[in-house]
Design a protein around this ligand. Structure first.
Ligand SMILES: Cc1cc2nc3c(=O)[nH]c(=O)nc-3n(C[C@H](O)[C@H](O)[C@H](O)COP(=O)(O)OP(=O)(O)OC[C@H]3O[C@@H](n4cnc5c(N)ncnc54)[C@H](O)[C@@H]3O)c2cc1C
Length: 403
């Protein structure tokens, strides 16, 4: 069996499969997204308790990793640097997963002469697998609004005047330049802080009326408050607590309600610890929409619409912190014939999944963000690995069990 991806979900699924004695090959760079699709200097927004990968036995939590390495305990009040999380993932892989092959999967199709899958790697190797787990996270799903795409004509490559935040691991290359960051969530606000600190002239363009910030965690809340606003890995409140407690229950909601939950739960906001680095430090325009964008020589000219009317803004580069679109068709490694057989959640391009994360193609499983329209917002975060990995591994084991 094959697991595609070695991030939190791929590693957790693989750990459970290996513990169950299933012969599994795992492809991808260990914690690849956290090493290359996030800028140096970033921190996790989630708290340490919500950042554990799912191990098949006790001892694999982030706190265990810190203890084993003699590092101080992280609390709700200590933002986790990305590189700590990467080291934790690497340690988890060595301890619970073992071999991970760094090759990328370039193609998956039905095997011609069996019920399994033909898997093609980017180095030309081919193999067959009885079952495939897609754990590729948000790779390939970055979304740039069409009005900004005019700044990235086909073939512009690194010279394009717009890029997505996920394309960067080092924002210091923009030192001394004028940069417009489009978006009002954590990626936008943290990128803006890092750009400013690197010596860029930054302006953040936010569609919403105001920037929302997370509140400072209160480790010892009085019980009436805990009752009124129960805690969950994604924050406080009854709705979040319910969807985190029962992701399987979310699956029974009508598709329209699940999609609404996906779009509305956890709207854009910045982590509480980021506020001081942005507010009154970096210029932020709220209620501001980019209506057009065009290149003028080496500059990007943006047309902006806001409460005060329309105006223009000239910058050296536009950084789109505009999120991701869940679209199974964007997974180029899945053969078109296979993709066509994947039934999607009505009104979306995210796959319809069984209670065990299997798509309508028997033996093909999907985890992570692409599973969020079925199981709720927890699947967008590391906190969902326990629920997903235990179920995927239990079900997928029926396809192949090692002798
Ligand atoms: C800027 C940013 C900040 C975030 N902060 C948090 C946070 O604080 N807390 C939190 O819980 N979540 C956070 N998230 C969400 C985060 O992406 C997920 O929680 C988590 O990484 C999902 O794990 P994953 O395994 O699904 O995907 P990923 O971590 O993206 O891992 C995907 C893996 O697939 C591999 N891969 C991709 N394509 C292929 C291929 N064709 N062949 C082989 N391998 C492939 C990649 O190399 C990588 O190893 C953040 C996301 C972003 C973008």
């Amino acid at each position: 069996m094959v697991v595609i991806g070695a991030g939190p979900y791929g590693l957790s699924v693989a750990a459970h499969l290996r513990a169950a004695g299933v012969a599994v090959r795992v492809f991808g760079e260990v914690m690849g997204s956290w090493r290359h699709a996030m800028a140096t200097g970033m921190f996790l927004k989630s708290t340490p308790d919500a950042t554990d990968l799912s191990a098949p036995e006790p001892g694999g939590r982030l706190a265990d990793f810190r203890r084993v390495h003699g590092e101080s305990e992280l609390t709700e009040l200590t933002p986790i640097p990305c590189d700590v999380f990467v080291r934790y993932g690497q340690w988890f892989q060595k301890r619970y997963v073992g071999d991970v092959e760094p090759a990328r999967v370039a193609g998956v199709d039905r095997a011609p002469s069996s019920s399994g899958f033909a898997v093609r790697l980017d180095d030309g190797r081919q193999l067959t697998a009885a079952a495939v787990v897609v754990a590729t996270g948000l790779n390939g799903l970055a979304s740039i609004p069409k009005e900004l795409l005019r700044l990235a004509p086909e073939g512009a490559g690194a010279g394009a005047l717009v890029s997505h935040t996920s394309h960067h691991s080092d924002l210091s290359r923009y030192a001394g330049q004028r940069i417009a960051v489009v978006g009002g969530g954590q990626s936008a606000l943290e990128s803006a802080a890092l750009l400013h600190e690197a010596g860029a002239q930054v302006e953040v363009l936010v569609r919403e009326r105001r920037v929302r910030w997370g509140s400072v965690p209160q480790p010892r809340r009085p019980w009436p408050q805990r009752l009124a606003q129960p805690a969950s890995p994604l924050g406080t409140g009854w709705m979040l607590a319910a969807v985190c407690r029962a992701p399987g229950g979310v699956r029974w909601l009508p598709a329209a309600a699940r999609l609404l939950l996906f779009r509305r739960a956890l709207g854009p906001s910045g982590g509480w610890w980021l506020r001081d680095r942005v507010e009154d430090v970096v210029p932020v325009r709220t209620s501001c929409r980019v209506t057009r964008a065009e290149a003028s020589g080496s500059m990007a000219l943006l047309g902006l619409a806001g409460p005060g009317g329309s105006e223009g803004l000239a910058v050296d580069h536009v950084l789109a912190a505009t999120g991701y679109r869940l679209d199974i068709d964007a997974l180029a490694f899945l053969a078109p014939t296979l993709r066509r057989r994947i039934v999607c959640v009505p009104g979306s391009k995210a796959p319809q999944l069984t209670s065990m994360f299997e798509t309508s193609v028997p033996g093909l499983y999907v985890t992570g963000s692409l599973a969020a329209p079925m199981f709720g917002p927890m699947m967008r975060f590391v906190a969902g690995t326990q629920y997903a990995a235990t179920r995927v591994a239990r079900d997928a084991a029926r396809w192949v069990v090692a002798p």
